[in-house]
Design a protein around this ligand. Structure first.
Ligand code: SAH
Ligand code: SF4
Length: 420
């Protein structure tokens, strides 16, 4: 059973189901994944340890969970043998269930995952020569309905919990074999200065080096859980990934953008995709609520950006829709007008069954890119990855029932009504 309740999100956006920080399990045990160290200590104290012991145990357990990646209390060798069953009776170390793992011919990997209450979502790993990027989902489905995005044809089923979000990163590490070797931990592990991890724990030589919140869902409509999960990802005692290697992508939920800089400090990507009201209203309908000027002003005010940390503007290339030279020039004008430290990512449209658009021609994309580039703004064209397994941008969708055009239009109308 899903344990969700309606909670209002600050700002003038509509309430969506938000799971509680501790999701009760049928067996009464508590899943520790997704909880900060302090909360773990509180739970240990509630379970009967005195405050000092709870704090110490929480520190040890946290290290095993996020630094070593163990999934069994028995493997926590610096915790007394008698203590381990005590923990196992009360707590679990969860991972999303893997329903299917697929491998693309270009090395991209996609996992179909399932929550404990039976909802499916996806995560994608994209290896490159100099980096490996994990594309993480924040929601099952999406409240929004960008017309070129397959996820947009789903309803929002529910927000993912912080545990389910950080759980994706942990599962990727499991699958890629990227946890430090176990068995070498001892009490020294309690002293950060003395930790001796020979298991390739530095960012160098790692497969998974970067995280993008660009899977299913709109991360700024699930901000608290995304923030809590990314804090665990960035925690030096935890997964220890630098905030510079994490990017959050939003379709433009203007009232939440500030919080991203203030509370997480990761890189920001904005799904702009169009430069006129008419076209953006059509393809990114949240534009009717927060228009281009408001969005770009929020980008100009965004405290997390600088010339060294530019905002990425994502721009999907749709044939005869948003891809003219005039569009490119207007994009340049807007970026300059708002004095934005910007780079532009041109994403060739990735098709999905029933999609109402085609991808622009390579010549058109080149011409668009040249105009932006010649104005001094970096505008690389993203090579689509994992298209053969439907893992490319905008192709993610689960429970792949095919909707008729009329059903889809009804769903879109409902979503837009809810958006207000
Ligand atoms: N909801 C967030 C993040 C997820 S989508 C957002 O919209 O920003 C990640 C990126 O892929 C977004 O820029 C999105 O607009 C883009 N995208 C969606 N569908 C696509 C498609 N079919 N082809 C190419 N890019 C797509
Ligand atoms: Fe949702 Fe992003 Fe897809 Fe738009 S592009 S429907 S916001 S996942």
């Amino acid at each position: 059973m899903s344990d969700t309740k309606l909670m209002p999100i600050p700002g003038h956006i509509d309430p969506v189901p938000v799971p509680r920080d501790v999701t009760p399990r049928e067996d009464g045990r508590v899943d520790l994944i997704g909880l900060p160290k302090k909360r773990i200590a509180e739970l240990f104290e509630t379970a009967g340890l005195d405050a000092k012991a709870a704090k110490l145990r929480a520190k040890q357990v946290f290290h095993w969970l996020y630094h070593r990646g163990v999934t069994d209390f028995e493997a926590m060798t610096d915790i007394a043998k008698t203590m381990r069953p005590w923990l196992a009776e009360r707590f679990v170390i969860g991972r999303p269930e893997v329903v299917e793992a697929q491998h693309s011919s270009d090395g991209t990997r996609k996992w179909l995952l399932r929550t404990a209450d039976g909802h499916d979502f996806e995560m994608v790993f994209i290896p490159d020569a100099d980096r490996g990027t994990l594309c993480v989902s924040s929601q099952v489905g999406c409240t929004l309905n960008c017309r070129f995005c397959h996820t947009g044809t789903m309803r929002l089923v529910r927000n993912l919990t912080a545990g389910e979000i950080v759980g994706q990163v942990m599962l990727a590490r499991d699958s890629l074999g990227e946890w430090p070797k176990s068995g070498q931990a001892d009490l020294a592990a309690l002293d950060d200065d003395l930790v001796d991890d020979d298991g390739g724990y530095s960012a160098d030589g790692r497969l998974l080096t970067n995280i993008v919140m660009m899977g299913m869902g709109e991360p700024l409509y699930n901000f608290d859980n995304v923030r809590d999960a990314l804090k665990l990802v960035m925690d030096g005692d935890g997964l220890a990934l630098s905030k510079r290697r994490i990017t959050l992508s939003t379709s433009g939920v203007v009232p939440q953008m500030d919080r991203c800089a203030e509370e997480i400090g990761v890189n920001l990507a904005v799904s702009l995709h169009a430069v006129t009201k008419d076209v953006r209203d059509e393809i990114v309908p949240i534009n009717k609520k927060y228009g281009i000027e408001e969005l770009l002003q929020a980008c100009a005010d965004y405290k997390g950006a600088s010339n060294a940390r530019r905002i990425t503007f994502e721009y999907v290339m749709l044939k005869d829709k948003n891809d003219s030279d005039e569009d490119a020039r207007e994009l340049v004008r807007l970026i300059k007008h708002y004095k934005l430290p910007a780079k532009v990512n041109l994403i060739p449209f990735n098709p999905w069954p029933g999609a109402p658009y085609d991808c622009s021609t390579p010549e058109r994309i080149k011409s668009f890119s040249n105009i932006v580039f010649e104005a001094g703004i970096s505008a690389p064209v993203r090579t689509p990855r994992g298209r053969d397994i439907d893992a490319a941008c905008g192709q993610l969708k689960t429970a792949a029932e095919k909707k008729s055009r009329a059903e889809l239009e009804r769903l879109y109308a409902e979503k837009e009504k809810a958006l207000g």
